[in-house]
Structure formats: C-alpha cells, structure tokens
Design a protein around this ligand. Structure first.
Ligand code: BES
Ligand code: MN
Ligand code: ZN
Length: 514
C-alpha cells in the first residue's frame, strides 16, 4: 500500500464522461465498484459497467464470485471499459443465524477497497451501493476515511526500497464518485481530521524508543498548539513539588527525565466542565529491576500507546473544532534499571497522599496513572475521566486482541463507550470491579501494593487505579491487546494501531457536544 492517498469527490457523471485518463507515466488505473447478491449493482454503477457486462459475468462465473461480503473480483483490462482494471467488491451481508444483522461498516468497506489497488495510481470508487443507503454522503466520506487509514504505512526508517515485491504506487489519486461532491467534501473535513489524529497516534507508537523518549514525546505533543490547543509541560521539578512520587519513582532509573503533558482544547460555546482523557506513556518498559525476559522486549516501545491515543484524539477534536472542552493528560516516563532505579520493597508516596509498596517494578503503568489521574481530577474537576493504558499482559489472556478491557465506576459511561465501540469497530468489553478484588492489593507496609498476584491481573490493576478516583465518573481501557500488533484489518495494517482515537472521538461527538 502507498504512503499517500489524495482524496477527491466527483459527480458520477464525470467518471463516466472522462474515464480513467489512461496513458502517460502516471501509472495504472483502477475502477472499484460494489456488488450485492447475484451481481446486483447500484444504479450509477450498473450504467457505467454496462458495456463490460458480459466480461463481468464470465469472470464472476469463472471465479465463483457471488458478491459475498469480503470477496472480490479483479478483472484486468475489462473489455468495454477504458480502465486498466475493474475491481468488483462484494458487499452482500452475511446473515448470521440468531443475530441482528449489522449495519454495513462503510469505513471498513473503504479500507477493503483501498486494499485492492494492486499498484494502481489513479483510482475511482463508485460509491453507490446495491442497496441504497440512508445517507449516501456519509457513506462516501466514511469510505474515504477507511481508504486513508488503510493506506497508512510507517517506513520512516527504511532507506532502501524493497523492490519488485512492493509493486505499489507511492502516491494514489483517489476519486470517489458521488451524487453531491460538495456535500461529500464537507463531510470529509471532520473525517480527515480524525484520520490525521489516528495517524499521529500510529506514528508515535511505531517510533523507536531511542528517538521517542519522554522529552521528545512532549515536544511532539506541543505541535498541537498550532491547532489552538494549549499545551503545558510539567518537568521533574514541578512534579516533585506537586508530590508525584509514584510517577517519578518509575522514571528514576532512566537517564531520560519524566514529563507530564496537559493539553487543553476549549471548543464549547460556553464555559463548561471539561471531559478528560488520560494516557499511559511509558516510552520504553524494560520492567525495571523486575526486568522482563528478552524475547519480545522490543514491543515495549509501544507501552505509550495510551498517551499516543490521547494526543491523536486531541488533534482530531481540535482539527474538527469539536464543540467540547477537553483535557488530554499524559504521563511520560522510561522504565529502566540502573543504580538509581526503584526497587521491589520501596515505598513511594503518590500525589494523593496514599503510599504504595512496590512489589514488582514492572507494574509501573498504574503508578504513572495514579498521579496523572489524581492531578487531573483535583485540578480540573472533569465531567468524566477515561484513561487508556497498555496496562497488563493479562488482558491479552482474557480478551485477545479483539476487544479492549473496559473497567468503570459508571454504568452510563460504560454503556456509552460500548455503543461507540460497536459503531466504530473499536470494541470494548466490560470487566468487573469490586471490593473482593480491591482487597488483593492491600499491603502489609503501606496503603496498597502495586500488584495483586497472578489471578485477575487486569482487574487488580484497575482496582489500583480506582483508588485514585473519587466521585468522578471514570473508565479505564486496558489496550495492551489492541494498541499494538493487532491482526491486520481492512482499516489498519500498522503495528501501532492508533486504537481508541476513533472510539473516543465518537464518544465525544455522540454524547458531549452541544
Ligand atoms: N506494559 C506492560 C503490559 C503489557 C504486556 C503491555 C504485554 C503490552 C503487552 C505492563 O507494564 C506490565 O509489565 N504489566 C505486568 C504487570 C505484572 C508485573 C503485575 C504484566 O502484565 O505482566
Ligand atoms: Mn511493565
Ligand atoms: Zn508497562
């Protein structure tokens, strides 16, 4: 897949009239259309591909293509059409027994379409569907979003092209054929802001830890000022004065200084209590003195995926001028073992005043979040706090990479997140909290300890966080499974997934704007 896709919208009639503009050095052209059951097309598509009807039918018969969702028919040099290639994507819904049929996910469909380019540089997508959707403008804009997300690739550090196996075009000009291009372009603006936010998050997660350490991460967050976000960076001295002993303890074994970054977007028409998002930003998690095994340790450069999501989200909210007041707060540290490092057995004092016995220096994320959650709650009195953290390996055992773990003290907030999850495909699964789990982190020597043993590891981690939340509605998303290395999908082929940006943007849009 290419790195850059430029998106535009054109009237259906233009695609028919001008065709693919073949020839020259611009690269191959492709026309992408959608088909339902029995090769049914939308009306515009039906007309456009009519000259190739018999070629399509033959190809479909030969390939046993029935229009099933996820299947595709790829026809080279289709007879009767000027395009170098015609891709027919199946969108016939699979009816699953005993289940309410899901609405088609047009973002995923756009991503799937972009996944079928096969090197074409000039591409048109006919966005009319075999079954007319309620809002064709939203359908087209969603497809464009999906295509942009699909096209993302992180190759900043490759100095050599991988050759012929990568026969992809470096840049793709993508035209989406629609009934009303002006409306589609307008609808695309907010989605482009969102796509940029997701891509910012992915970039941060993919960056290597020698480049992206706390100070550098904070500098990247500072870029949001260009969009009108106010960005405040708390340095070590300030955090020491605030009493953030839990966060600072984690970073004390690293030569890289810790930082907290507070981002504020004020988009609400009236002064209004903010919503708040808090991210774990462990730029590298070696485990510290409780050092991790070597195999796979390189993945711990992604232990800041929560913080990356918060920065991407703040970008999206500001760039689309969301009518909300939002705080983004991230705790940035590097967890390393050296002579100054924190030890198992140490007792630290958090900003809340509560003391913590360190049992395992690898349970560091909760220590970072404890102080950032407390700071945000205390200073901004938010309407709610949602934190995101690659917090526990145990959440991978429980939920795999399909769902993030959701823990909440608020049924309303949990429901809203679940709904936004279903709508965006960034799914969350609610896990329990309760006093019996809370007891597991009581300490012999301090107010609490930082691990609760092997059982229910994701839950005891969440209980720990909850000890730093007072009456504020709060949700914790454990994204250790979804934030990095999830299986490739229609909308993401990248290791750093940018998970959560779409989910939380939707949460804000559907419940907290105006
Ligand atoms: N960053 C890890 C969790 C993690 C593991 C994220 C795998 C992504 C993939 C976290 O800081 C950690 O080390 N957690 C420990 C907690 C334990 C020591 C109680 C874990 O999950 O093993
Ligand atoms: Mn750890
Ligand atoms: Zn960690």
């Amino acid at each position: 897949m290419p790195v850059s896709v430029t998106v535009d919208f054109a009237p259906f009639a233009d695609i028919a009239a001008t065709g693919p503009r073949n020839g020259g050095e611009a690269g191959a052209s492709a026309l992408i259309v959608f088909a339902g059951e029995n090769l049914s097309f939308g009306p515009q598509t039906g007309q456009l591909v009519a000259p190739a009807a018999s070629a399509i039918e033959r190809a479909a018969r030969a390939a046993k293509f029935k229009g099933k969702s996820g299947s595709a028919l790829d026809i080279l040099a289709p007879q009767g059409l000027g395009w170098d290639r015609l891709v027919v994507l199946g969108v016939a819904a699979k009816a699953e027994e005993g289940k309410v049929p899901e609405a088609p996910d047009y973002v995923a469909i756009g991503g799937a379409a972009a996944g079928r380019l096969n090197g074409a540089a000039r591409v048109a997508i006919m966005t009319d569907m075999p079954a007319a959707p309620a809002d064709p403008t939203a359908v087209a804009a969603d497809m464009a979003l999906g295509a942009v997300l699909r096209a993302y690739k992180f190759d900043l550090y490759r100095t050599k092209k991988k050759d012929d196996s990568e026969k992809e075009a470096a840049a793709v000009a993508l035209t989406l054929a629609v009934a009303d291009p002006t409306a589609a372009r307008a609808a695309h603006v907010a989605r482009q802001a969102l796509a940029d936010g997701v891509i910012i998050a992915r970039n941060l997660v993919n960056e290597p830890p020698n480049v992206l350490y706390p100070e550098e991460f904070a500098n990247r967050a500072k870029n949001l000022e260009k969009l009108g976000v106010s960005v405040e960076i708390l340095d070590k001295k300030t955090m020491t004065d605030l009493g953030m002993g839990a966060l600072l303890g984690v970073g004390q074994g690293s030569i890289r200084e810790s930082r907290v970054v507070i981002m504020r977007w004020n988009g609400a028409p009236a002064p209004d209590q903010p919503v708040a998002f808090v991210g774990k930003g462990v730029c590298f998690d070696s485990g510290g003195i409780s050092i991790k095994p070597g195999a796979g340790m390189e993945d711990m450069k992604g232990d800041m995926a929560g913080a990356a999501c918060v920065v991407g989200l703040m970008h999206a909210l500001a760039a689309r001028k969301a009518r909300v007041n939002a705080i983004g707060a991230i705790g940035l540290v590097e967890n390393m073992p050296d002579g100054a490092a924190q030890r198992p057995g140490d007792i630290v004092k958090s900003m809340s005043g509560q003391t913590i016995e360190i049992i395992n220096t690898d349970a560091e994320g909760r220590l970072v979040l404890a102080d950032v959650l407390w700071y945000v709650q205390d200073k901004y009195k938010p309407r709610f706090m949602v934190d995101l953290a690659t917090l526990t390996g145990a959440i991978l055992v429980a939920l795999g990479q399909e769902y993030a773990g959701l823990f909440s003290n608020s049924d309303e907030l949990a429901e809203r997140l679940a709904t936004a999850g279903r709508d965006t495909g960034e799914k969350v699964w609610r896990m329990p909290l309760g006093p019996a789990y809370d007891k597991m982190i009581d300490s012999k020597f301090a107010d609490m300890k930082n691990t609760g043993g092997r059982h229910g590891g994701s839950i005891t981690a969440a209980q720990f966080l909850q000890r730093y939340v007072e009456k504020t509605p709060w949700a914790h998303l454990d994204i250790a499974g979804t934030g990095m290395g999830p299986p490739a999908s229609d909308t993401n082929q990248s290791w750093g997934s940018g998970w959560g940006v779409r989910l939380l943007d939707r949460l804000v849009k559907d419940y907290y704007e105006g």
